[in-house]
Design a protein around this ligand. Structure first.
Ligand code: UD1
Ligand code: CA
Length: 475
């Protein structure tokens, strides 16, 4: 149900300089989703009356993501005045004048924040009837964060930014998580008082806390026991740490849902992936994007699947697959490369050192060894000989080939597309197939073999081969 007394402001205008990246900080990914997408998903769960997202740096790229993830959000562009305080000021002015509820402010760079923690903050704030409430946590290494300064009674007095802190204040381990809720009237009263008189010459939203307290207003702090939930992403080390944490949670969730994961430390599973009970994941696997694995399938070791479906009971070893579908009971690998558009039918096989692309391989059909299958359709129950190449590209255009059902092709064939092989046909070893082969025919293109008797003894006299041949012929 929509909380009509709640507005949420998501801060997403910062530059993220510490990432040292051409990609905006909030568009870096963990578990397959951008940092900002995680935060938007969490805010979406609160179903607030109003959501405002503040953007500036790379605004078009951010807006593209926000419009997909949270289309109801109002986009506000931050101006030349820097700082989180300015961002909130502009966002508040985009709220309806008569909005008198609570304003929840969330930094855009806290991807592991969960809706439950936000609900607790909202509830505690409303219970205490505070002017503002904020999430804090204790960190062993609080470097970079704003410190929560409490008075002699233990009440929150103000927040001091790392760069403005005294030696004593730097020793404080309780940090501001960058997540606040304000009574809108109190926030509106204080925002015009923010100035740029600090080490970073920015308007700090954190200064509102000290301003409210100096007016004698109540500020409530809720300490989060699990710090990782509220840690911000500022550099790549923090991004990797958060990604690792999220991955560990995803893996544990699947283990408890009946999936065998032999080595959690070498397994990476994106948030969107769907697994079934009795799937087995062996060490060194990455299951990415919208991959779906059905029950009884064995994945790995050393396999990367992106947006790939694997049917029940299939086995996929040492394989790299993207946008592919692997049928039930099928076998893939070791060392297979499935490029987009590969469909392998039930009980089919793509074997060792085989590359496929835009290829439909029918039920029970096999491409077991050392082959390239591109732009091809193979019917049911066919077998493609070792070392076969589907030559789909003539240097100008790509063309398709069709192999029927119950076909047996010889080793080391080249199918020069476009070409078609009828049902039940055979091709001879080494054939370069340029013309269609009718159903049931044998296609061959290699000249019949001819042996020149005594060639070695004549042309390589005295060699070990000539000696061996002489012995064989004399016996
Ligand atoms: C901020 C807090 C700090 C807190 C920390 C928690 C301030 C002044 N400091 O510091 O007390 O411990 O978060 O992680 O708020 N942003 C804008 N507009 C701006 C600047 C930033 O929208 O002009 C956005 C950023 O995109 C980001 C968020 O605000 O999502 C926080 O900005 P960041 O620069 O990371 O703040 P911190 O220095 O981490
Ligand atoms: Ca930050």
């Amino acid at each position: 149900m929509t909380d009509s007394n709640l507005a949420i402001i998501v801060l997403a205008a910062g530059q993220g300089t510490r990432m040292k990246s051409a990609t905006p900080k909030l568009l870096h990914k963990l578990a397959g989703a951008t940092v900002i997408s995680h935060v938007l998903a969490t805010t979406r769960a609160l179903d607030a009356q109003h959501v405002v997202a503040v953007v500036r740096h790379e605004r078009d790229r951010l807006v593209e993501v926000i419009e997909v993830d949270l289309p109801s959000a109002v986009i506000v562009d931050q101006d030349d005045i820097p700082g989180t305080g300015r961002a909130v000021e502009l966002a508040v002015s985009a709220l309806p004048d008569d909005f008198s509820g609570d304003v929840l402010v969330v930094n855009g760079d806290v991807p592991l924040l969960d809706a439950e923690t936000l609900q607790q903050l909202i509830a505690a704030h409303r219970r205490a009837a505070a002017s503002a409430s904020l999430l804090t946590t204790l960190l062993d290494d609080p470097a970079g964060y704003g410190r929560v300064i409490r008075d002699s009674d233990g009440a929150v007095d103000r927040i001091v930014e790392h760069k403005d802190a005294t030696e004593d204040e730097l020793g404080v381990r309780e940090i501001n998580a960058g997540i606040y809720i304000f009574a809108s009237a109190s926030l509106r009263d204080q925002l015009p008082k923010l100035d740029l008189n600090n080490a970073q010459s920015e308007k700090y939203i954190t200064d509102v806390v000290g301003l409210l307290r100096s007016q004698g207003e109540l500020v409530h702090a809720l300490e989060v026991a699990h710090s990782w939930k509220v840690e911000g992403i500022n550099d790549r080390a923090q991004l990797a740490a958060a990604a690792g944490h999220l991955n560990a949670m995803i893996i544990r969730g699947w283990q408890l849902a009946g999936v065998t994961i032999l080595d959690p430390h070498s397994t990476w599973i994106d948030l969107q992936v769907q697994l079934s009970p009795d799937v087995e994941i062996r060490p060194g696997c990455q299951l990415l994007g919208a991959s779906v694995i059905e029950t009884g399938a064995i994945i790995g070791p050393d396999t990367t699947l992106l947006d790939t479906e694997v049917g029940a009971g299939a086995s996929v070893k040492r394989t790299d697959a993207t946008l592919s579908v692997i049928g039930a009971g099928a076998s893939v690998g070791p060392f297979s490369y499935l490029r987009p558009g590969t469909y392998l039918g039930d009980n089919g096989k793509i074997g060792t050192f085989v590359e496929t692309k835009n290829a439909r391989i029918g039920v029970g059909s096999k491409v077991p060894h050392l082959s390239y299958v591109g732009d091809a359709t193979i019917g049911e129950g066919s077998n493609i000989g070792a070392g076969t190449i589907f030559a789909n590209y003539d240097g100008v255009t790509k063309q398709a080939s069709v192999i029927g059902s119950q076909v047996r092709t010889g080793s080391h064939n080249v199918f020069v597309a476009p070409v078609s092989i009828g049902d039940g046909a055979y091709t001879a070893a080494g054939a370069v197939v340029r013309k269609d082969v009718p159903a049931g025919a044998l296609g061959m293109s290699v000249t019949p073999q001819r042996n020149i008797e005594g060639w070695v003894e004549t042309n390589r006299p005295g060699s070990a081969a000539a000696e061996a041949a002489k012995n064989a012929n004399n016996s």
